[in-house]
Design a protein around this ligand. Structure first.
Ligand code: AKG
Ligand code: FE2
Length: 203
């Protein structure tokens, strides 16, 4: 049965019980926009295999990545330096949508392409030194719906959420200091998911 609280409860909701703010806005694009952006992102982004150095050995992950921004930002990752490509009109439109909905600003974006559920991302927090401290990170999903998990760094409490096609999740405040997040692999998902995380690089 609905009570008054359910009726006035609206997006966004903070999905974390403490020590951070992460707002889930649900689907913020129409089905037609989702299809248009998915096709664009999947086919037009110059995807590259991600590189990592593990035990001194350079390996390439199956997941693909791309890095865009308002300037050719330099970033160092596993001891390799890369430069951001400049916004395309489509990425600029997606950035503006995130800015409008979240009332925050962003100047760069890391894109991830997971071909199916066998690809994911291990627990981490996005606290790189070049990122604005306590800056918001806006995460868009296009394609397959996937589970996303948070784990509290001290209490180990876990929060799971399902990120649907066309949805927006915003991590802000002290989320990165106190919580890890991951995209767990799953055998259930057979189709690709594109994720965009808009961030603020501080110069
Ligand atoms: O794919 C996702 O939803 C998360 C990606 C992520 O955490 C990251 O790029 O830092
Ligand atoms: Fe992350």
């Amino acid at each position: 049965m609905n009570n008054l609280f359910d009726e006035i409860q609206d997006f966004p909701i903070n999905i974390l019980p403490k020590d951070g703010v992460t707002e889930y806005y649900g689907k913020v694009f129409s089905d037609a926009e989702c299809e248009k952006y998915y096709q664009y992102l999947f086919n037009q982004i110059p995807w590259e295999n991600d590189e990592a150095v593990i035990f001194g050995k350079l390996i390439y992950t199956k997941r693909k990545v791309a890095w865009f921004g308002e300037k050719e930002f330099e970033y160092t990752y596993s001891n390799r330096t890369k430069y951001a490509k400049l916004w395309t009109p489509e990425l600029l439109a997606l950035k503006q949508k995130c800015e409008e909905v979240s009332c925050e600003t962003y100047n760069s974006c890391l894109l991830n392409l997971y071909h199916d559920g066998s690809e994911g991302m291990a627990y981490h927090s996005d606290g790189e030194k070049d990122l604005k401290k306590h800056g918001a990170i806006a995460s868009l999903t296009f394609g397959a719906e996937r589970k996303f998990s948070f784990k509290h760094k001290v209490s180990k409490e876990r929060i799971d959420i399902s990120l649907e096609n066309g949805s927006l999740l915003v991590m802000k405040g002290t989320t990165q200091e106190n919580w890890l997040h991951r995209l767990p692999p799953t055998t259930k998902v057979k189709s690709p998911r594109v994720n965009l995380t808009f961030r603020t690089i501080e110069e």
